[in-house]
Design a protein around this ligand. Structure first.
Ligand code: BG6
Length: 545
């Protein structure tokens, strides 16, 4: 996830873009940049760090003038967060500038082809590939920018919200969307472009939200032209009158960031397996594993280290790895592991899981395992974080920034990555037949839709919360995969509601904790159809009686 802002009109663009980026910083905060058109030149400033670091850089350069500009706040997906990889990116000729939120999955093959045709790349990003592809189309086909963007986008696979301009046509911005949000604010002879309406809400209430596979040509003094990217059909802008205030917009209309992040799960899971889960080909593709397959396949065991919610994801992974890939797994609290002189050998693989990639105990556990010669693999959300740098290899979750302190979408995306990893190893070991494998992959593709369905139970959840809000204790029970889920549920209740809660394997209830059960004790049981359902129902009967 990243934040994008653009402006074209009669005002100075820089103050609008800067304020817009500050408001969009929740969408990405590892680097930021701005491109301003002034006097026939494009001045680009970009930096690793926060929007405020960008402000200092731009203000010390003195390049703040211009009535046309693009800005970006980044959450890295391709290439570490540094000044060079920050957006905006420009084409080889320096004519075109682009900002992009999303992932171009087939950028490597396009990049190779462009290099063969003489293009040079200065960054590790997929976005620089896209802007050069647009330039190549523009020059080869001798078409206008809008057409070039359309032709180029028909060659890419992935997700995007982009804004591009050409310094030879400084009265125009071209935008397009697939999978990432893009809003256009319509003012009096001025236009705004942004990931949400927060950067322009004080200038105009009139906005158009692009639909997937739509693009728009925004030209000063003209009405917006909307087109379908695939078939060039004309689309008609649905201009909305926004009623939201600024705070509501930043949180996407949700009361809290945590709630927003819970609702982001279908998108976050999809982004995490995008380009990796190729169900139609019966393949799982993950660069970090493909290059280190032997390490995993020859491992004596896998040791998973993590803290908090990430540790719970590790427990789920233990079941998945053993079940699908038949590799023995141990799961350790990083804080215990690092202090207890563990037995680690060169034939062990250590997987470190961390949303932030900065948790000190997890980092220390990694260093210890490396000293003892183990191969260390990271599963992190923050690109370029300490854990991502310290591990030998890894796979990112693409959950986007998690602002809520209590982890939510990080958990489900960690499980997504770990499931893909287990499946990859299972397929290498030939554990499943091609058709079984295919069936599992196809089923996995349905997960975002199922999460979406589950989220529809919100009203029921609110009703139940109302009944139990004054409880002082609560038990969460589950068996198999659902035992770690019970632990995670209990952790969330403790941290967010200040209600004491415990997670337990459902069958362990009878060995002591059942003594605590009375009319005052709510018990949440996770009883999915495939999670030893009949046995869990017997546990429920015990509790009832
Ligand atoms: C805790 C958070 O402080 O850190 C948890 O409250 C989180 O939600 C834990 O799971 C570990 O963090 P990370 O970034 O290593 O996954």
């Amino acid at each position: 996830m990243c934040g994008i802002v653009g402006y074209i009109g009669h005002r100075e663009a820089y103050p609008i873009i800067l304020k817009g980026l500050q408001r969009l910083e929740y969408r990405g905060y590892d680097s930021a940049g701005v491109a301003l058109y002034h006097d026939g030149k494009i001045n680009v400033s970009k930096t690793k760090g926060k929007v405020d670091d960008l402000r200092k850089k731009v203000e010390s350069s003195g390049n703040m003038e211009g009535h046309l500009g693009l800005g970006h706040t980044r959450w890295a997906t391709h290439g570490v967060p540094n000044d060079t990889n920050s957006h905006p990116h420009y084409s080889n000729s320096g004519d075109l500038v682009i900002i992009h939120n999303g992932i171009i999955e087939n950028y490597e093959s396009i990049k190779k082809a462009l290099i063969a045709r003489g293009y040079v790349f200065h960054t590790d990003t997929d976005t620089e590939v896209l802007v050069n592809l647009i330039e190549e189309v523009r020059d080869k086909e001798e078409v206008k920018l809008g057409k070039a963007v359309q032709i180029a986008l028909n060659q890419v696979v992935g997700a995007y919200a982009i804004a591009v301009f050409d310094k030879n046509k400084p009265d125009e911005i071209v935008v397009a969307k697939l999978g990432s949000p893009l809003a256009i604010g319509i003012g009096e002879n001025e236009y705004f472009v942004a990931s949400d309406a927060s950067p322009f809400i004080e200038y105009t209430n009139n906005a158009v939200y692009l639909e997937d596979e739509e693009m728009a040509i925004i030209r000063l003094g003209k009405e917006i032209k909307l087109r379908k990217i695939k078939d060039d059909a004309i689309a008609y802008p649905n201009i909305l009158e926004l009623q939201l205030n600024l705070e509501e917009i930043e949180k996407g209309g949700y009361e809290h960031f945590m709630l927003k992040e819970i609702y982001e799960q279908p998108r976050a899971i999809l982004d995490t397996y995008r380009g990796r889960l190729l169900a139609d080909k019966g393949l799982v593709k993950m660069a970090g594993i493909d290059q280190n397959l032997e390490k995993f396949l020859n491992a004596n065991r896998i040791i998973i280290v993590a803290c908090g919610t990430s540790w719970h994801a590790g427990l789920v992974a233990e079941y998945i790895f053993e079940d699908l890939a038949r590799i023995p797994v141990e799961v350790e609290y990083a804080s215990e592991f690092r202090y207890r002189n563990p037995v680690i050998t060169e034939n062990d693989v250590l997987i470190a899981i961390s949303q932030s990639g900065e948790t000190a105990d997890t980092l220390a556990a990694i260093k210890l395992a490396k000293e003892k010669g183990a191969f260390v693999f990271g599963v992190c959300n923050v690109v370029g974080s300490s854990i991502a740098r310290e591990t030998h290899a890894g796979a990112y979750t693409h959950a986007g920034p998690e602002i809520g302190v209590a982890s939510t979408k990080a958990f489900t995306t960690q499980i997504t990555v770990l499931t893909l990893l287990a499946l990859k190893l299972a397929s290498e070991k030939g554990i499943f037949s091609a058709s079984q494998f295919h069936e599992i992959l196809a089923e996995l593709e349905n997960i975002p839709g199922k999460v979406e369905e589950a989220l529809k139970s919100n009203n029921l959840v609110a009703h139940i919360a109302d009944i139990y809000k004054d409880s002082t204790n609560c038990l969460y029970l589950g068996r198999g995969y659902n035992f770690p889920v019970a632990l995670e549920g209990a952790l969330k209740l403790k941290e967010i509601s200040y209600i004491h809660a415990e997670g337990y394997p459902a069958a362990e209830m009878k060995h002591g904790p059942i003594a605590l059960i009375d009319e005052q004790m709510p018990v949440v049981v996770i009883a999915t159809k495939k999670g030893h359902y009949e046995k869990v129902v017997s546990n429920i009967q015990e509790i009832n009686s």
